[in-house]
Design a protein around this ligand. Structure first.
Ligand code: AMP
Length: 398
């Protein structure tokens, strides 16, 4: 069966068509500027030179999905002969709240529950829902499955997920830490024990998903015991455009002194902070290049990034009770061997060491020395594949 994996953002839609017989990617694409003048469409077919690329205004996600289906079955540059080959659609959904601790088949009931969670993450949840609705409209006979960014973290105990605020904010408003990037953390939690030759049910991991958005998770025997993002993806380590942890009183002070309202303030913390706010760019490569040219602000940003990661890893070593492995993944974690090695340098007193030769190995590798007290791994994440696997598992039972 082939599964169409959809990741719908507010004005974008990323997709992959995955053949579950061998888990190969048959086509992948990106539609940008949906609902904005000059919608851009691009699809590639891996292993071939087939490309479909054009600019044509698309007012809504329904139009984008229709364009995706046309491109998939395009006679010259498509990937499949007929839409009948698509068995189901799997959707990345931001928030499952406390309602969803696993992926779910879309029914009228689950759709209502997903809609009820809009207030917890309106910027992402609404377009995610639009993506599901678009597939239902354009392919009414195909089943849809929602795979939540939060659900893997639902195993966190109250001591990890409760904030130190009046308890009724949790009971009445569901204010708590949820965590995100769950599909990536779950994928890596499945892959790391294989690389270590360990039983996943007896394995303690610290997973560092370091991309434009970044989060860490502490995993004991396959279950999350803590993670760095909170009610929203703003909490935690320093990211491309997000501040990570800040003293909440900073907000009042800045707002009083600048006249910003709370929405502008949060927009600044989400979109104009982190690397982007502290230095010249949200992109790690630019920040490193600037630091190498002697840019002090860029160097400061790199130092903050590294130091905060070291502190989180130290804390999560406590959370798991002594980790078997630290795993790096996502854009920075998979590619930036120097920066990850620098993070580990700060843990040398614990006997953790990266082997410079092994660090040059490609992805999916153990990069620590033989005598390192905690193994260090680099593993490529694959959120789309996990969404496709969940979708297959759920629709196979129908
Ligand atoms: P992601 O959100 O997972 O796509 O990751 C994006 C981040 O990965 C950006 O900050 C990129 O600068 C960073 N990145 C990707 N490739 C490299 C590389 N070769 N060296 C350093 N950073 C990289």
């Amino acid at each position: 069966m082939k599964i169409l994996v959809i990741n719908a953002g507010s004005s974008s839609l990323k997709y992959q068509l995955i053949d579950m017989d061998d888990e190969s990617v048959k086509a992948k694409g990106l539609v940008e500027r949906i609902g904005i003048e000059g919608t851009h469409f691009k699809q590639t077919v891996p292993g071939t030179d087939k490309v479909i690329e054009f600019t044509r205004n698309m007012a809504a996600h329904t139009e984008a999905i229709a364009a995706v289906l046309d491109a998939l079955i395009d006679k010259d540059n498509g990937a499949i002969a007929s839409l009948d080959e698509i068995g189901a659609c799997g959707h990345r959904v931001l928030h499952g709240g406390e309602t969803f601790s696993a992926s779910a088949l879309i029914t009228d009931e689950t759709m209502k529950e997903i809609e009820a969670l809009i207030p917890l993450g309106p910027l992402h949840q609404r377009p995610n829902i639009a993506g599901i609705r678009a597939c239902q409209e354009v392919m009414p006979t195909k089943p849809n499955v929602a795979v939540f960014d939060t659900s893997f973290h639902q195993t966190m105990p109250p001591k990890a997920f409760l904030y130190g605020v009046p308890y009724e904010y949790y009971t009445d408003l569901k204010v708590r830490r949820y965590g995100f990037h769950g599909t990536s953390h779950r994928f890596i939690a499945g892959e790391a024990p294989k690389l270590l030759g360990m039983d996943p049910k007896h394995c303690k991991l610290i997973i560092c998903h370091l991309g434009n958005g970044s989060s860490l998770s502490a995993i004991v025997d396959g279950k999350v015991v803590d993670t760095s993002m909170g009610l929203t993806p703003l909490e935690g380590v320093l990211m491309g455009t997000r501040s990570g942890d800040v003293d909440p009183a900073v907000l009042e002070y800045i707002m009083d002194n600048t006249g910003m309202d709370i929405h502008q303030m949060l927009n600044t913390l989400n979109k104009k902070s982190g690397f982007a706010g502290m230095s010249c760019s949200s992109d790690m490569r630019d920040v490193k290049a600037a630091a190498e040219q002697g840019d002090k602000q860029a160097q400061n940003a790199l130092d903050v990034w590294c130091y905060r990661l070291q502190k989180y890893i130290g804390a999560y070593n406590v959370a798991v009770g002594g980790a078997d492995a630290i795993v790096f993944t996502a854009g920075i974690g998979e590619n930036d061997t120097d920066s990850c090695a620098k993070v580990i340098e700060g843990l040398a007193f614990m006997g953790v060491k990266v082997d410079p030769q092994k660090n040059k190995r490609g992805v999916a590798a153990v990069i620590s020395t033989d005598d390192s007290t905690i193994k260090v791994l680099r593993i490529p994440t694959n959120e789309e594949l996990l969404i496709a696997r969940d979708t297959l598992e759920i629709v196979s039972k129908l």
